[in-house]
Design a protein around this ligand. Structure first.
Ligand code: FAD
Length: 474
Protein backbone atom coordinates (compact mmCIF):
# COMPACT_ATOMS: atom_id res chain seq x y z
CA UNK A 1 0.00 0.00 0.00
CA UNK A 2 1.27 3.47 -0.88
CA UNK A 3 1.45 6.52 1.44
CA UNK A 4 -1.82 7.71 2.90
CA UNK A 5 -3.53 10.64 1.15
CA UNK A 6 -5.56 13.30 2.96
CA UNK A 7 -8.03 13.19 0.07
CA UNK A 8 -8.63 10.79 -2.81
CA UNK A 9 -11.12 11.95 -5.42
CA UNK A 10 -12.62 9.34 -7.75
CA UNK A 11 -13.47 10.91 -11.11
CA UNK A 12 -11.92 13.91 -12.86
CA UNK A 13 -15.02 15.65 -14.21
CA UNK A 14 -15.93 19.24 -13.22
CA UNK A 15 -16.90 17.93 -9.79
CA UNK A 16 -13.83 15.81 -9.15
CA UNK A 17 -11.05 17.83 -10.76
CA UNK A 18 -12.23 21.05 -9.11
CA UNK A 19 -12.47 19.31 -5.71
CA UNK A 20 -8.95 17.90 -6.14
CA UNK A 21 -7.43 21.26 -7.08
CA UNK A 22 -9.18 23.05 -4.22
CA UNK A 23 -8.10 20.37 -1.70
CA UNK A 24 -4.49 20.62 -2.87
CA UNK A 25 -4.64 24.44 -2.71
CA UNK A 26 -5.72 24.08 0.91
CA UNK A 27 -2.57 22.07 1.67
CA UNK A 28 -4.13 18.60 1.62
CA UNK A 29 -2.20 15.72 0.09
CA UNK A 30 -4.54 14.88 -2.76
CA UNK A 31 -4.90 12.24 -5.47
CA UNK A 32 -7.47 12.05 -8.26
CA UNK A 33 -8.38 8.73 -9.88
CA UNK A 34 -9.64 8.75 -13.48
CA UNK A 35 -10.40 5.71 -15.60
CA UNK A 36 -11.07 7.37 -18.97
CA UNK A 37 -8.12 7.04 -21.37
CA UNK A 38 -7.64 8.04 -24.99
CA UNK A 39 -6.49 5.73 -27.79
CA UNK A 40 -2.86 6.33 -26.76
CA UNK A 41 -3.57 5.31 -23.15
CA UNK A 42 -3.33 8.87 -21.79
CA UNK A 43 -5.85 9.75 -19.04
CA UNK A 44 -8.69 11.91 -20.30
CA UNK A 45 -9.53 14.60 -17.75
CA UNK A 46 -12.55 16.91 -17.55
CA UNK A 47 -15.24 14.22 -17.57
CA UNK A 48 -18.47 14.50 -19.52
CA UNK A 49 -18.49 18.29 -19.46
CA UNK A 50 -15.21 18.97 -21.20
CA UNK A 51 -15.13 15.93 -23.46
CA UNK A 52 -18.67 15.11 -24.58
CA UNK A 53 -20.89 17.69 -22.89
CA UNK A 54 -20.89 21.40 -22.13
CA UNK A 55 -17.82 22.49 -24.05
CA UNK A 56 -18.07 20.56 -27.33
CA UNK A 57 -21.80 21.25 -27.57
CA UNK A 58 -21.20 24.98 -27.07
CA UNK A 59 -18.43 24.95 -29.69
CA UNK A 60 -20.86 23.51 -32.25
CA UNK A 61 -23.64 25.86 -31.16
CA UNK A 62 -21.34 28.85 -31.54
CA UNK A 63 -20.11 27.82 -35.01
CA UNK A 64 -23.60 27.11 -36.31
CA UNK A 65 -25.02 30.28 -34.76
CA UNK A 66 -22.38 32.37 -36.52
CA UNK A 67 -23.11 30.62 -39.81
CA UNK A 68 -26.86 30.94 -39.49
CA UNK A 69 -26.72 34.54 -38.31
CA UNK A 70 -24.60 35.62 -41.26
CA UNK A 71 -26.76 33.68 -43.71
CA UNK A 72 -30.08 34.85 -42.32
CA UNK A 73 -29.25 38.36 -41.11
CA UNK A 74 -26.16 39.72 -42.86
CA UNK A 75 -28.29 41.50 -45.42
CA UNK A 76 -30.06 43.57 -42.78
CA UNK A 77 -26.68 45.03 -41.79
CA UNK A 78 -25.92 45.78 -45.45
CA UNK A 79 -23.44 42.92 -45.70
CA UNK A 80 -23.58 40.84 -48.86
CA UNK A 81 -22.85 37.27 -47.82
CA UNK A 82 -24.96 35.37 -50.29
CA UNK A 83 -22.53 32.48 -50.75
CA UNK A 84 -21.73 31.48 -47.18
CA UNK A 85 -20.81 27.82 -46.80
CA UNK A 86 -20.26 25.66 -43.76
CA UNK A 87 -17.38 23.16 -43.73
CA UNK A 88 -18.81 20.72 -41.20
CA UNK A 89 -15.59 18.70 -40.91
CA UNK A 90 -13.65 21.87 -40.03
CA UNK A 91 -16.35 22.81 -37.51
CA UNK A 92 -15.97 19.41 -35.80
CA UNK A 93 -12.15 19.65 -35.95
CA UNK A 94 -12.29 23.08 -34.24
CA UNK A 95 -14.49 21.60 -31.54
CA UNK A 96 -11.99 18.75 -31.04
CA UNK A 97 -9.08 21.22 -30.72
CA UNK A 98 -10.92 23.20 -28.03
CA UNK A 99 -11.65 19.98 -26.10
CA UNK A 100 -8.00 18.86 -26.39
CA UNK A 101 -6.66 22.21 -25.18
CA UNK A 102 -9.00 22.35 -22.21
CA UNK A 103 -8.52 18.76 -21.05
CA UNK A 104 -4.74 19.08 -21.46
CA UNK A 105 -4.97 22.23 -19.36
CA UNK A 106 -6.36 20.25 -16.42
CA UNK A 107 -3.33 17.95 -16.44
CA UNK A 108 -1.23 21.15 -16.19
CA UNK A 109 -3.36 22.44 -13.29
CA UNK A 110 -2.98 19.12 -11.45
CA UNK A 111 0.79 19.36 -11.84
CA UNK A 112 0.94 23.01 -10.77
CA UNK A 113 -1.17 22.33 -7.67
CA UNK A 114 0.52 19.06 -6.73
CA UNK A 115 -2.46 16.76 -7.34
CA UNK A 116 -1.35 13.14 -7.93
CA UNK A 117 -3.18 11.63 -10.89
CA UNK A 118 -3.87 7.91 -10.57
CA UNK A 119 -4.93 6.33 -13.85
CA UNK A 120 -7.48 3.58 -13.47
CA UNK A 121 -10.92 2.61 -12.25
CA UNK A 122 -11.36 3.51 -8.61
CA UNK A 123 -13.34 1.43 -6.16
CA UNK A 124 -14.09 2.44 -2.58
CA UNK A 125 -13.28 -0.38 -0.18
CA UNK A 126 -14.08 -0.59 3.53
CA UNK A 127 -12.13 1.74 5.80
CA UNK A 128 -11.72 4.53 3.19
CA UNK A 129 -9.28 2.55 1.08
CA UNK A 130 -9.38 3.03 -2.66
CA UNK A 131 -8.51 0.24 -5.07
CA UNK A 132 -7.31 1.44 -8.46
CA UNK A 133 -7.31 -0.93 -11.44
CA UNK A 134 -5.17 0.59 -14.20
CA UNK A 135 -5.79 0.09 -17.91
CA UNK A 136 -2.92 -2.46 -18.01
CA UNK A 137 -4.72 -4.53 -15.37
CA UNK A 138 -2.37 -3.71 -12.47
CA UNK A 139 -4.10 -3.10 -9.16
CA UNK A 140 -2.99 -0.79 -6.35
CA UNK A 141 -4.66 0.13 -3.07
CA UNK A 142 -4.40 3.59 -1.52
CA UNK A 143 -5.52 4.74 1.91
CA UNK A 144 -7.14 8.10 2.51
CA UNK A 145 -8.43 10.17 5.40
CA UNK A 146 -11.23 11.36 3.13
CA UNK A 147 -12.67 10.14 -0.15
CA UNK A 148 -14.73 12.20 -2.60
CA UNK A 149 -16.83 10.18 -5.06
CA UNK A 150 -17.34 12.13 -8.29
CA UNK A 151 -18.11 9.41 -10.81
CA UNK A 152 -20.67 11.42 -12.78
CA UNK A 153 -23.35 10.09 -15.08
CA UNK A 154 -23.97 8.31 -18.38
CA UNK A 155 -26.74 8.71 -20.97
CA UNK A 156 -29.95 6.76 -20.42
CA UNK A 157 -30.55 4.23 -23.18
CA UNK A 158 -34.06 3.17 -24.14
CA UNK A 159 -34.97 -0.27 -25.51
CA UNK A 160 -37.00 1.08 -28.50
CA UNK A 161 -33.91 2.95 -29.79
CA UNK A 162 -30.75 0.89 -29.23
CA UNK A 163 -27.59 2.81 -30.15
CA UNK A 164 -26.44 1.88 -33.65
CA UNK A 165 -23.05 2.99 -35.00
CA UNK A 166 -23.42 6.11 -37.13
CA UNK A 167 -27.23 6.09 -37.10
CA UNK A 168 -28.76 6.01 -33.60
CA UNK A 169 -26.53 8.13 -31.40
CA UNK A 170 -26.17 9.25 -27.80
CA UNK A 171 -24.80 12.69 -26.87
CA UNK A 172 -21.20 11.63 -27.54
CA UNK A 173 -22.02 10.30 -31.01
CA UNK A 174 -24.18 13.35 -31.75
CA UNK A 175 -21.17 15.63 -31.23
CA UNK A 176 -19.21 13.84 -33.93
CA UNK A 177 -21.66 13.91 -36.83
CA UNK A 178 -19.45 15.27 -39.61
CA UNK A 179 -21.95 15.77 -42.41
CA UNK A 180 -25.25 17.62 -42.19
CA UNK A 181 -28.03 15.00 -42.10
CA UNK A 182 -30.94 15.84 -44.38
CA UNK A 183 -33.42 14.56 -41.78
CA UNK A 184 -32.56 14.41 -38.09
CA UNK A 185 -34.68 12.85 -35.37
CA UNK A 186 -34.17 13.72 -31.72
CA UNK A 187 -35.80 11.79 -28.90
CA UNK A 188 -36.28 14.15 -25.95
CA UNK A 189 -37.00 17.89 -25.88
CA UNK A 190 -34.76 18.52 -22.89
CA UNK A 191 -31.65 20.69 -22.76
CA UNK A 192 -29.41 18.34 -24.78
CA UNK A 193 -32.08 17.48 -27.35
CA UNK A 194 -32.92 21.13 -28.03
CA UNK A 195 -29.26 22.19 -28.23
CA UNK A 196 -28.33 19.37 -30.62
CA UNK A 197 -31.50 19.90 -32.66
CA UNK A 198 -30.62 23.61 -32.98
CA UNK A 199 -27.09 22.86 -34.19
CA UNK A 200 -28.30 20.83 -37.14
CA UNK A 201 -31.45 22.85 -37.90
CA UNK A 202 -29.16 25.89 -38.40
CA UNK A 203 -27.22 23.92 -40.99
CA UNK A 204 -30.36 22.98 -42.87
CA UNK A 205 -31.41 19.61 -41.41
CA UNK A 206 -35.12 18.94 -41.13
CA UNK A 207 -35.26 18.33 -37.39
CA UNK A 208 -38.09 16.45 -35.67
CA UNK A 209 -38.00 16.37 -31.86
CA UNK A 210 -40.15 13.67 -30.25
CA UNK A 211 -41.02 14.39 -26.62
CA UNK A 212 -43.03 11.92 -24.55
CA UNK A 213 -44.33 14.57 -22.13
CA UNK A 214 -47.35 16.66 -23.03
CA UNK A 215 -45.77 19.90 -21.86
CA UNK A 216 -42.67 21.67 -23.18
CA UNK A 217 -39.88 22.41 -20.65
CA UNK A 218 -42.19 21.88 -17.70
CA UNK A 219 -39.42 22.83 -15.26
CA UNK A 220 -39.12 26.37 -16.69
CA UNK A 221 -41.33 29.37 -15.94
CA UNK A 222 -44.29 29.16 -18.30
CA UNK A 223 -43.42 32.48 -19.97
CA UNK A 224 -39.98 31.08 -20.82
CA UNK A 225 -41.23 27.72 -22.09
CA UNK A 226 -43.98 29.35 -24.19
CA UNK A 227 -41.60 31.88 -25.78
CA UNK A 228 -38.92 29.20 -26.24
CA UNK A 229 -41.34 26.83 -27.97
CA UNK A 230 -42.59 29.62 -30.26
CA UNK A 231 -39.11 30.76 -31.29
CA UNK A 232 -37.64 27.26 -31.75
CA UNK A 233 -40.61 26.23 -33.90
CA UNK A 234 -40.10 29.38 -35.97
CA UNK A 235 -36.51 28.25 -36.52
CA UNK A 236 -37.79 25.02 -38.03
CA UNK A 237 -37.63 22.60 -35.11
CA UNK A 238 -40.66 20.34 -35.45
CA UNK A 239 -41.33 19.67 -31.77
CA UNK A 240 -43.96 16.96 -31.23
CA UNK A 241 -45.24 16.75 -27.67
CA UNK A 242 -46.89 13.65 -26.20
CA UNK A 243 -44.94 11.57 -28.75
CA UNK A 244 -43.78 8.31 -27.17
CA UNK A 245 -41.21 6.37 -29.23
CA UNK A 246 -42.20 2.71 -29.45
CA UNK A 247 -39.58 1.30 -31.81
CA UNK A 248 -36.92 1.91 -34.43
CA UNK A 249 -35.83 0.04 -37.52
CA UNK A 250 -32.62 0.58 -39.47
CA UNK A 251 -33.41 0.59 -43.19
CA UNK A 252 -30.67 -0.64 -45.59
CA UNK A 253 -28.06 0.38 -43.00
CA UNK A 254 -28.66 4.00 -44.10
CA UNK A 255 -31.73 5.46 -42.46
CA UNK A 256 -33.83 4.92 -39.39
CA UNK A 257 -37.56 4.45 -39.20
CA UNK A 258 -38.84 5.78 -35.88
CA UNK A 259 -42.22 4.57 -34.69
CA UNK A 260 -44.07 6.59 -32.08
CA UNK A 261 -47.54 7.04 -30.70
CA UNK A 262 -49.24 10.31 -29.85
CA UNK A 263 -52.78 11.47 -29.10
CA UNK A 264 -53.76 10.75 -32.72
CA UNK A 265 -52.45 7.16 -32.74
CA UNK A 266 -49.48 5.27 -34.19
CA UNK A 267 -47.10 7.21 -36.44
CA UNK A 268 -43.66 6.89 -37.99
CA UNK A 269 -40.97 9.08 -39.49
CA UNK A 270 -37.80 8.19 -41.39
CA UNK A 271 -34.60 10.06 -40.56
CA UNK A 272 -30.93 9.88 -41.57
CA UNK A 273 -29.69 10.15 -37.98
CA UNK A 274 -31.44 9.74 -34.66
CA UNK A 275 -30.15 11.29 -31.45
CA UNK A 276 -31.32 9.76 -28.17
CA UNK A 277 -31.37 12.51 -25.54
CA UNK A 278 -33.73 11.24 -22.88
CA UNK A 279 -31.64 12.08 -19.84
CA UNK A 280 -28.72 10.75 -17.87
CA UNK A 281 -28.34 8.38 -14.94
CA UNK A 282 -25.73 8.27 -12.17
CA UNK A 283 -22.68 6.12 -12.90
CA UNK A 284 -21.83 3.93 -9.91
CA UNK A 285 -20.99 0.60 -11.57
CA UNK A 286 -17.98 -0.95 -9.86
CA UNK A 287 -17.50 2.15 -7.69
CA UNK A 288 -18.42 0.72 -4.31
CA UNK A 289 -17.36 -2.49 -2.59
CA UNK A 290 -20.25 -4.19 -0.79
CA UNK A 291 -18.80 -3.20 2.59
CA UNK A 292 -17.81 0.39 1.67
CA UNK A 293 -20.51 1.76 3.95
CA UNK A 294 -21.94 4.02 1.22
CA UNK A 295 -25.61 3.67 0.25
CA UNK A 296 -27.46 4.44 -2.97
CA UNK A 297 -30.98 5.88 -3.01
CA UNK A 298 -33.93 4.28 -4.79
CA UNK A 299 -32.99 6.02 -8.09
CA UNK A 300 -29.37 4.85 -7.99
CA UNK A 301 -27.86 8.15 -6.81
CA UNK A 302 -25.27 8.07 -4.02
CA UNK A 303 -27.12 9.06 -0.84
CA UNK A 304 -25.81 12.33 0.61
CA UNK A 305 -26.94 15.13 2.90
CA UNK A 306 -26.82 18.90 2.16
CA UNK A 307 -23.06 18.88 2.77
CA UNK A 308 -22.56 15.97 0.37
CA UNK A 309 -21.65 13.59 3.21
CA UNK A 310 -22.50 9.93 2.54
CA UNK A 311 -23.51 7.45 5.23
CA UNK A 312 -19.82 6.65 5.75
CA UNK A 313 -17.95 9.30 7.79
CA UNK A 314 -15.11 10.82 5.75
CA UNK A 315 -16.66 9.80 2.43
CA UNK A 316 -18.38 12.48 0.35
CA UNK A 317 -20.09 12.37 -3.04
CA UNK A 318 -20.71 15.21 -5.47
CA UNK A 319 -21.95 16.14 -8.93
CA UNK A 320 -24.10 14.09 -11.26
CA UNK A 321 -23.80 10.98 -9.08
CA UNK A 322 -25.85 12.65 -6.31
CA UNK A 323 -29.30 14.31 -6.08
CA UNK A 324 -29.95 17.68 -7.64
CA UNK A 325 -29.58 19.13 -11.12
CA UNK A 326 -27.03 17.46 -13.40
CA UNK A 327 -25.02 20.59 -14.12
CA UNK A 328 -21.28 21.20 -14.28
CA UNK A 329 -21.37 24.33 -12.10
CA UNK A 330 -23.38 22.52 -9.42
CA UNK A 331 -20.80 19.69 -9.46
CA UNK A 332 -17.89 22.14 -9.18
CA UNK A 333 -19.48 24.13 -6.33
CA UNK A 334 -20.11 20.91 -4.43
CA UNK A 335 -16.47 19.95 -5.03
CA UNK A 336 -15.28 23.25 -3.56
CA UNK A 337 -17.64 22.97 -0.61
CA UNK A 338 -16.47 19.45 0.24
CA UNK A 339 -12.75 20.31 -0.06
CA UNK A 340 -13.34 23.30 2.24
CA UNK A 341 -15.21 21.16 4.78
CA UNK A 342 -12.42 18.57 4.76
CA UNK A 343 -9.89 21.35 5.36
CA UNK A 344 -11.89 22.40 8.40
CA UNK A 345 -13.66 25.44 6.98
CA UNK A 346 -17.36 26.26 7.13
CA UNK A 347 -18.82 25.89 3.66
CA UNK A 348 -22.14 25.37 1.94
CA UNK A 349 -23.79 25.38 -1.46
CA UNK A 350 -26.84 27.58 -1.90
CA UNK A 351 -29.08 25.20 -3.84
CA UNK A 352 -31.76 27.91 -4.14
CA UNK A 353 -29.71 29.83 -6.68
CA UNK A 354 -28.47 27.28 -9.21
CA UNK A 355 -28.68 28.87 -12.66
CA UNK A 356 -30.22 26.83 -15.49
CA UNK A 357 -29.46 27.59 -19.12
CA UNK A 358 -30.44 26.18 -22.48
CA UNK A 359 -27.97 27.44 -25.09
CA UNK A 360 -30.32 27.63 -28.06
CA UNK A 361 -30.65 30.99 -29.78
CA UNK A 362 -32.12 32.90 -28.15
CA UNK A 363 -30.90 31.31 -24.95
CA UNK A 364 -33.31 30.35 -22.17
CA UNK A 365 -32.05 30.98 -18.65
CA UNK A 366 -33.46 31.10 -15.17
CA UNK A 367 -32.68 31.03 -11.48
CA UNK A 368 -34.94 30.67 -8.46
CA UNK A 369 -38.66 30.04 -8.35
CA UNK A 370 -41.08 29.97 -11.28
CA UNK A 371 -44.50 31.58 -11.13
CA UNK A 372 -46.08 28.09 -11.14
CA UNK A 373 -44.03 27.04 -8.10
CA UNK A 374 -44.91 30.18 -6.17
CA UNK A 375 -48.59 29.88 -7.03
CA UNK A 376 -48.79 26.30 -5.82
CA UNK A 377 -46.88 27.22 -2.63
CA UNK A 378 -49.39 30.03 -2.01
CA UNK A 379 -46.68 32.72 -2.00
CA UNK A 380 -47.88 36.23 -2.90
CA UNK A 381 -45.59 37.73 -5.51
CA UNK A 382 -45.29 40.51 -8.08
CA UNK A 383 -43.62 40.36 -11.49
CA UNK A 384 -41.92 42.75 -13.87
CA UNK A 385 -41.07 41.98 -17.48
CA UNK A 386 -39.08 43.86 -20.10
CA UNK A 387 -38.85 42.79 -23.76
CA UNK A 388 -35.55 43.02 -25.65
CA UNK A 389 -37.58 44.51 -28.52
CA UNK A 390 -37.53 47.74 -26.45
CA UNK A 391 -33.75 47.63 -25.82
CA UNK A 392 -31.66 49.95 -27.98
CA UNK A 393 -28.60 47.72 -27.73
CA UNK A 394 -30.59 44.61 -28.65
CA UNK A 395 -31.89 46.50 -31.69
CA UNK A 396 -28.35 47.50 -32.64
CA UNK A 397 -27.38 43.84 -32.37
CA UNK A 398 -30.42 42.72 -34.37
CA UNK A 399 -31.18 40.36 -31.49
CA UNK A 400 -34.52 41.50 -30.11
CA UNK A 401 -36.28 38.21 -29.33
CA UNK A 402 -37.17 37.49 -25.73
CA UNK A 403 -37.45 39.27 -22.40
CA UNK A 404 -36.23 39.51 -18.82
CA UNK A 405 -38.75 38.70 -16.11
CA UNK A 406 -38.22 39.24 -12.41
CA UNK A 407 -40.44 37.82 -9.70
CA UNK A 408 -40.31 39.22 -6.18
CA UNK A 409 -42.11 38.73 -2.91
CA UNK A 410 -45.18 40.97 -2.73
CA UNK A 411 -44.54 41.94 0.89
CA UNK A 412 -40.76 42.04 1.26
CA UNK A 413 -39.79 42.80 -2.37
CA UNK A 414 -37.04 40.16 -2.12
CA UNK A 415 -36.23 38.67 -5.54
CA UNK A 416 -37.53 35.09 -5.77
CA UNK A 417 -36.80 34.27 -9.40
CA UNK A 418 -35.27 35.69 -12.57
CA UNK A 419 -36.26 34.22 -15.93
CA UNK A 420 -35.15 35.19 -19.38
CA UNK A 421 -35.12 34.42 -23.06
CA UNK A 422 -32.51 36.34 -25.01
CA UNK A 423 -29.42 36.34 -27.20
CA UNK A 424 -27.00 36.36 -24.27
CA UNK A 425 -29.29 35.24 -21.46
CA UNK A 426 -26.56 32.81 -20.33
CA UNK A 427 -24.43 35.84 -19.38
CA UNK A 428 -27.24 38.07 -18.10
CA UNK A 429 -28.58 35.41 -15.73
CA UNK A 430 -25.46 35.83 -13.57
CA UNK A 431 -26.88 39.22 -12.57
CA UNK A 432 -29.97 37.47 -11.22
CA UNK A 433 -27.82 34.86 -9.47
CA UNK A 434 -25.68 37.51 -7.76
CA UNK A 435 -28.73 39.55 -6.80
CA UNK A 436 -30.42 36.51 -5.28
CA UNK A 437 -27.23 35.28 -3.57
CA UNK A 438 -27.08 38.65 -1.80
CA UNK A 439 -30.81 38.47 -0.97
CA UNK A 440 -31.47 41.62 -3.01
CA UNK A 441 -34.84 43.24 -3.43
CA UNK A 442 -36.03 44.56 -6.77
CA UNK A 443 -35.49 48.00 -5.26
CA UNK A 444 -31.77 47.19 -4.98
CA UNK A 445 -31.68 46.48 -8.72
CA UNK A 446 -33.85 49.53 -9.44
CA UNK A 447 -31.31 51.74 -7.65
CA UNK A 448 -28.29 50.18 -9.39
CA UNK A 449 -26.78 52.03 -12.36
CA UNK A 450 -26.48 49.96 -15.55
CA UNK A 451 -24.26 51.10 -18.43
CA UNK A 452 -25.96 52.37 -21.56
CA UNK A 453 -26.40 51.01 -24.14
CA UNK A 454 -26.24 47.42 -22.95
CA UNK A 455 -28.66 44.52 -23.04
CA UNK A 456 -28.16 44.36 -19.26
CA UNK A 457 -30.39 47.42 -19.04
CA UNK A 458 -33.25 44.97 -19.61
CA UNK A 459 -32.53 43.57 -16.13
CA UNK A 460 -32.78 47.10 -14.70
CA UNK A 461 -35.99 47.79 -16.60
CA UNK A 462 -37.52 44.45 -15.54
CA UNK A 463 -36.78 45.35 -11.91
CA UNK A 464 -38.42 48.77 -12.45
CA UNK A 465 -41.36 47.03 -14.16
CA UNK A 466 -42.07 45.08 -10.95
CA UNK A 467 -43.43 48.41 -9.60
CA UNK A 468 -44.79 49.53 -13.00
CA UNK A 469 -41.96 52.06 -13.31
CA UNK A 470 -40.14 50.77 -16.41
CA UNK A 471 -39.05 53.75 -18.47
CA UNK A 472 -38.94 52.33 -21.99
CA UNK A 473 -42.26 50.49 -22.16
CA UNK A 474 -45.69 51.96 -21.87
P1 FAD B 1 -18.65 13.77 -15.09
O1 FAD B 1 -18.36 14.98 -15.84
O2 FAD B 1 -19.52 12.74 -15.73
O3 FAD B 1 -17.24 13.14 -14.72
C1 FAD B 1 -17.12 11.92 -14.04
C2 FAD B 1 -15.74 11.36 -14.30
O4 FAD B 1 -15.53 10.24 -13.45
C3 FAD B 1 -15.55 10.83 -15.73
O5 FAD B 1 -14.36 11.33 -16.25
C4 FAD B 1 -15.51 9.32 -15.54
O6 FAD B 1 -14.66 8.68 -16.50
C5 FAD B 1 -14.90 9.20 -14.16
N1 FAD B 1 -15.22 7.96 -13.47
C6 FAD B 1 -16.45 7.40 -13.29
N2 FAD B 1 -16.35 6.29 -12.53
C7 FAD B 1 -15.04 6.15 -12.23
C8 FAD B 1 -14.31 5.22 -11.48
N3 FAD B 1 -14.90 4.18 -10.87
N4 FAD B 1 -12.97 5.35 -11.40
C9 FAD B 1 -12.33 6.40 -12.00
N5 FAD B 1 -12.98 7.32 -12.73
C10 FAD B 1 -14.32 7.20 -12.84
N6 FAD B 1 -23.83 21.12 -17.74
C11 FAD B 1 -23.76 22.46 -17.62
O7 FAD B 1 -23.67 22.96 -16.50
N7 FAD B 1 -23.78 23.29 -18.71
C12 FAD B 1 -23.89 22.80 -19.96
O8 FAD B 1 -23.91 23.57 -20.92
C13 FAD B 1 -23.97 21.40 -20.13
N8 FAD B 1 -24.06 20.88 -21.37
C14 FAD B 1 -24.08 19.53 -21.51
C15 FAD B 1 -24.18 19.01 -22.80
C16 FAD B 1 -24.20 17.65 -22.99
C17 FAD B 1 -24.28 17.09 -24.39
C18 FAD B 1 -24.11 16.78 -21.86
C19 FAD B 1 -24.10 15.29 -22.02
C20 FAD B 1 -24.02 17.28 -20.58
C21 FAD B 1 -24.02 18.66 -20.39
N9 FAD B 1 -23.95 19.23 -19.12
C22 FAD B 1 -23.92 20.57 -18.97
C23 FAD B 1 -23.91 18.39 -17.89
C24 FAD B 1 -22.48 18.27 -17.36
O9 FAD B 1 -21.66 17.74 -18.35
C25 FAD B 1 -22.46 17.40 -16.11
O10 FAD B 1 -23.39 17.91 -15.18
C26 FAD B 1 -21.09 17.40 -15.48
O11 FAD B 1 -20.13 16.89 -16.36
C27 FAD B 1 -21.10 16.55 -14.20
O12 FAD B 1 -19.84 16.56 -13.64
P2 FAD B 1 -19.32 15.35 -12.72
O13 FAD B 1 -17.93 15.72 -12.34
O14 FAD B 1 -20.29 15.05 -11.68
O15 FAD B 1 -19.31 14.07 -13.69
Amino acid sequence: MSDKFDVIVIGAGPGGYVAAIRAAQLGLKTACVEKWIDDKGTPVLGGTCLNVGCIPSKALLESTHKFHDVKAHAQVHGINASDVQMDVKQMVARKNTIVKNLTGGIAGLFKANGVTLLQGAGKLLAGKQVEVTAADGSVSVHAAENVILASGSVPVEIPPAPLTEGLILDNAGALNIDETPKRLGVIGAGVIGLEMGSVWARLGSEVTVLEAMDSFLAMADQDVSKEGAKLLKKQGLDIRLGARVTGTEVLDGKEVKVKFSDAEGEKEIVVDKLIVAVGRRPLTNGLLAGDSGVELDERGFIKVNEQCRTDMPGVFAIGDSVRGPMLAHKASEEGIMVADIIAGHKAQVNYDVVPNIIYTHPELAWVGKTEQELKSAGVKYKTGKFPFAASGRAMASNDTDGFVKIISDEETDRILGVHMVGGIASELIAQGVIAMEFCSSTEDLQMTMFAHPTVSEAVHEAALAVDNHAIHIA
